[in-house]
Design a protein around this ligand. Structure first.
Ligand code: FAD
Length: 367
């Protein structure tokens, strides 16, 4: 099917929405975007992109621009809270032949994706108020009162998607995974191009260099962690934790980690993509990759199918096994947190590299 004359509304100018706007424009559709935020801005201090995310960015024609702003991560290290090494892996080898692993400021990734969708008009500071299916199109009312018909509506509006609520009701809400996460940037020289996590009992502290002398820090703990200041939560963690906490820049972001699991992703010709459809815990760092792959696979399915409805069915069939694999792996990693510390350390020390490689193996294949 050709995209010419197909009217598409994308809700949400995040990773999934901007990538889909680009692929659907390239398919020939008339694409419009509506974004709740009044300006181009993102939550999330830094972001780590494994090889399959970079391959997807390459397919979008944007990998070079992202690489120019990023640090290439070579190793992943896991140690216990005292700093004793449990696993040290050449992560570049795991993704060899797929793509490099890059880390950068989330806002830089956003800028590249925005530039990549520059010929798509964006209504900033708006949202969708209602979505009504008619026989041959979707009638949408926006928050500024505009009413318009579209052939395809994409809910790319993240983990707390309004589109999801409008088409599936409040019962389809995101669920807490049981963790509370904090993210911030710190000015700290770091230890080279290394993704490095220290794991304690029920909490973890991760640093990833993103360039310009900054590290992106992710630290999590149990759901009651918001009541506990980070210094207290991480008491007993060895260096560099105290030093990095001292070096934290303004603007710590925090919130419960949530996931989305739905029996289907579309109603009529309204489809959910990215976190709106399949958010998971970030412990696989696969959220951006899944959002970017969604955009590429959707354009593929639309090109191959005879109707939009047929394309959405094909999309879901193709994407579900992969996103469910990622969710299952995140659950497995989450469960390992509750193992008694000596057992967890033994498993990570003896089997960590193997488990890590296995968990990413299917994602080396093209989506
Ligand atoms: C703590 C944490 C750390 C993470 N770390 C990583 C990582 O290192 N690597 C990685 O790959 N992934 C990571 N992720 C996951 C990743 O951020 C998401 O998977 C990814 O951002 C999903 O992209 P998206 O476009 O679907 O959603 P989002 O990036 O959330 O974008 C949604 C967009 O929709 C807009 N929006 C929301 N509601 C509305 C509305 N009603 N109307 C209009 N617009 C709306 C939002 O403003 C936003 O611009 C992390 C997640 C968390 C919580």
């Amino acid at each position: 099917m050709r995209g010419n004359g197909v009217r598409v509304l994308v809700v949400g100018a995040g990773i999934a929405g901007l990538a889909a706007a680009r692929t659907l424009r390239a398919w020939g559709a008339d694409v419009e975007l509506v974004e709740r935020s009044p300006t181009a801005r993102v939550d999330g201090a830094g972001i780590y992109l494994p090889g399959n995310a970079i391959r997807a960015l390459d397919d979008l024609g944007l990998a070079t621009q992202v690489a120019a702003r990023a640090v290439e991560i070579q190793r992943q290290r896991v140690s216990d809270h005292r700093g004793r090494s449990l696993m040290d892996l050449a992560v570049a080898d795991v993704w060899r032949g797929v793509g490099p692993c890059l880390a950068l400021h989330h806002a830089d990734l956003h800028q590249v994706l925005l530039a990549g969708a520059k010929d798509v008009p964006i209504r900033w500071g708006g949202t969708v108020e209602s979505i009504v299916d008619t026989d041959d199109h979707v009638r949408v009312t926006l928050s500024d009162g505009t009413r318009q018909g579209y052939d395809l509506v994409l809910g790319a509006d993240g983990v707390h998607s309004s589109v999801r609520r409008l088409i599936f009701g409040a019962g389809a809400a995101a669920r807490p995974t049981g963790q509370f996460a904090r993210r911030f940037l710190a000015r700290w020289p770091g230890t080279g191009p290394v993704w490095s996590v220290m794991v304690g009992r029920g909490s973890a502290f991760l640093t990833i260099p993103i360039g310009d002398g900054l590290v992106y820090v992710y630290c999590d703990g149990p759901l009651d962690a918001p009541r506990v200041p980070p210094r207290e939560l991480l008491a007993g963690f060895a260096e560099p934790v105290p030093t990095v906490l001292d070096a934290a820049e303004e603007g710590m972001q925090s919130g419960p980690v949530e996931e989305v699991s739905l029996p289907r992703w579309s109603r009529g010709t309204t489809l959910l993509v990215g976190d709106a459809a399949h958010a998971t815990s970030p412990n696989m760092a696969e959220g951006a990759a899944m959002a970017l792959e969604d955009a590429l696979v959707l354009a593929d399915c639309l090109t191959a199918a005879g109707t939009i409805a047929g394309a959405l069915r094909a999309f879901e069939e193709r994407r579900r096994p992969r996103t469910e694999w990622v969710r299952a792996q995140t659950h497995r990693r989450d469960r390992s947190r509750s193992l008694p510390t000596p057992l967890r350390n033994l498993v990570l020390g003896k089997l960590g590299v193997k488990l890590f490689q296995t968990s990413y193996k299917p994602l080396r294949e093209r989506p």
